[in-house]
Design a protein around this ligand. Structure first.
Ligand code: B12
Length: 470
């Protein structure tokens, strides 16, 4: 059977990152679609993946692809930020083709009731981990030429318009049973991380775990509607995937997108030992929490290629960190960045300005803290309370939501401590200026500029900062 898997058209740079500059960066292969494809390919189905954002596709471009590929079934993956585009795509496709459309992804998991209302022509949704459920749906459809109405983990629109809600499916207990994503379906030339967030191209994104071992931060879906049990692959399985990617896709770097990669020192040590044993010498980056790392783990990882760590810092005010249930202290942040700097591992801190309870004075304290702690890079973003998170409820209690979402750098929430969105915007600009235009900072980075390829990345990074910070 022919199955087309899609992400909807979405201007990631403008709507996602909020940059006014047209930078083709910050894209990664859609892992979810690759995971869904792998077991289907094994069964002999023909799968095509269309990742609309990096292709710059509109609905009409997708129509061209449908005409060419002639799928029997279409699967779409959506995040809440791309919900509008997803609904418009479903409408558009249903207007032109009599094809069943199945929707899955984080948006569906957060708002399963809403999607059927907002996309009146949608046939079916898949809740939770999709691999096994979608396989079952496809098997049934292949035999009967209609969508099944009783598969666990699905909800289906019936002929009378009502929705059949099936029980949820169990998620996979042993993650190693899940086949690696069908990397061969991605066009790796389309993908590129943000400037200065990679050393060598092409970069592959890999997940070694599902779920977040902390899972309590109020701003994150992992803490609420879309939370899932934490599970991790064996180090052996991850090494196998990296080797496959090096051999078949000529991958030169890996970006681990786990919510927290540097957790469980034994796992990390075993993984690094295996990298060394297999002679895999590629740079890699990862996300971490400042309270689960330690110096020996970082040192071991750095010896086997770790060069860049992304830390969720959020604020330089302890009371605000506690309010969002971040579970970290300012001392832990200082300590983590001190270790990173000692071990020459780049650090990127992500900071949320205008959290509930924040005042301009507290924001200045956060900016000062970021400069003082000496991260390699920092991104400052205005708090965007995602509907359905605990932060959203908290935000409503002490501030107001501005409904217009125009990208991550546009304030959508004004805490009581601020006059208006303009004041938050000015604070964001000030944050970028204060952090990036310090003579000490500029000199430090000037010294790092050793080759021309780095120069191009610095130029792109400069344009990106101008795009989001000015
Ligand atoms: C990597 C990543 C990115 C990367 C790359 C995205 C990509 N191409 O894969 C980048 C940096 C580009 C990114 C951008 C954004 N991201 Co992001 N991202 C992630 C991250 C860390 C991993 C995603 C992933 O690969 N998961 C692994 C797969 C296997 O899980 P999955 O996507 O849930 O898919 C499974 C099921 O949902 C289901 N499924 C999914 N799709 C479909 C489709 C069908 C047909 C079926 C049947 C089933 C199905 O089956 C899959 C396999 O089991 C997640 C957090 C996380 N840990 O999941 C956030 C996450 C998805 N991102 C999030 C957000 C908010 C964004 C941005 C809006 C941020 C921003 N303002 O820019 C943008 C939106 C861009 C976009 N249009 O996708 C939120 C989404 C919340 C929500 N309610 O929608 C998440 C959940 C983070 C969070 N905890 O809040 N992101």
């Amino acid at each position: 059977m022919k199955i087309l898997l899609l992400t909807p058209p979405f201007n990631l740079m403008e709507k996602g990152y909020g940059s006014k500059r047209k930078l083709r960066a910050g894209f990664f292969p859609p892992l979810a679609l690759g995971y869904l494809a792998a077991p289907l390919i094994k069964k002999g189905h023909q799968i095509k993946i269309i990742d609309s954002s990096p292709l710059n596709y509109e609905n009409e471009d997708i129509r061209r692809e449908v005409d060419e590929f002639k799928p029997d079934l279409i699967g779409i993956s959506a995040v809440t930020a791309s919900a509008e585009e997803t609904y418009s795509l479903i409408d558009f496709l249903k207007g032109h083709y009599d094809l069943p459309i199945v929707l899955g992804g984080p948006h569906v998991n957060c708002f399963p009731d809403l999607v059927f209302k907002e996309a009146p022509k949608l046939d079916m949704i898949v809740l939770g981990e999709g691999e096994r459920i979608f396989e079952e749906v496809v098997d049934y459809y292949e035999d009967n030429k209609e969508l099944p109405i009783e598969v666990f983990g699905t909800r289906v629109r019936l002929e009378d318009g009502s929705i059949k809600m099936n029980p949820l499916a169990e998620s996979v207990a042993n993650l190693d049973e899940v086949l690696p994503p069908a990397h061969e379906l991605y066009d790796y030339s389309l993908y590129r991380p943000l400037p200065l967030q990679y050393k060598k191209m092409p970069v592959a994104n890999i997940l070694t775990s599902r779920g977040c071992p902390w899972g309590r931060c109020t701003f994150c879906f992992e803490a609420g509607r879309a939370s899932q049990k934490y599970r991790r692959h064996s180090p052996e399985r991850v090494i196998k995937e990296i080797k496959f990617l090096i051999e078949t896709q000529k991958i030169k770097e890996v970006a681990f997108w786990d919510d927290n990669f540097l957790v469980n020192e034994d796992w990390v040590n075993k993984f690094c030992d295996l990298l060394d044993k297999e002679g895999i010498k590629i740079p890699w980056s990862a996300y971490a929490r400042v309270n689960t790392i330690n110096r020996s783990m970082m040192e071991r990882a750095s010896k086997s290629g770790l060069w860049n760590i992304f830390y969720g810092i959020e604020s330089g005010n302890q009371d605000l960190l506690d309010r969002i249930r971040k579970g970290i202290t300012l001392d832990q942040i200082r300590q983590a960045i001190k270790w990173s700097n000692q071990l020459k591992i780049d650090s990127r801190g992500s900071i949320m300005l205008a959290l509930p309870g924040e005042t301009p004075a507290k924001a200045l304290k956060t900016i000062e803290f970021a400069c003082d702690v000496d991260f390699t890079y920092v991104q400052f973003l205005p708090t965007h309370p995602e509907w359905g998170t605990d932060l959203y409820d908290d935000a409503l209690k002490s501030g107001r939501i501005v409904p217009m979402y125009k990208g991550r750098t546009t304030p959508t929430y004004i805490p009581d401590g601020y006059k208006d969105a303009e004041e938050i915007k000015k604070m964001l600009h000030l944050a970028y200026q204060k952090f990036y235009f310090r003579p000490k900072y500029i000199w430090k980075h000037f010294k790092r500029l050793r080759d021309l390829s780095k120069l191009k990345q610095y130029f792109d990074a400069f344009m990106y900062i101008i795009g989001v910070g000015f």
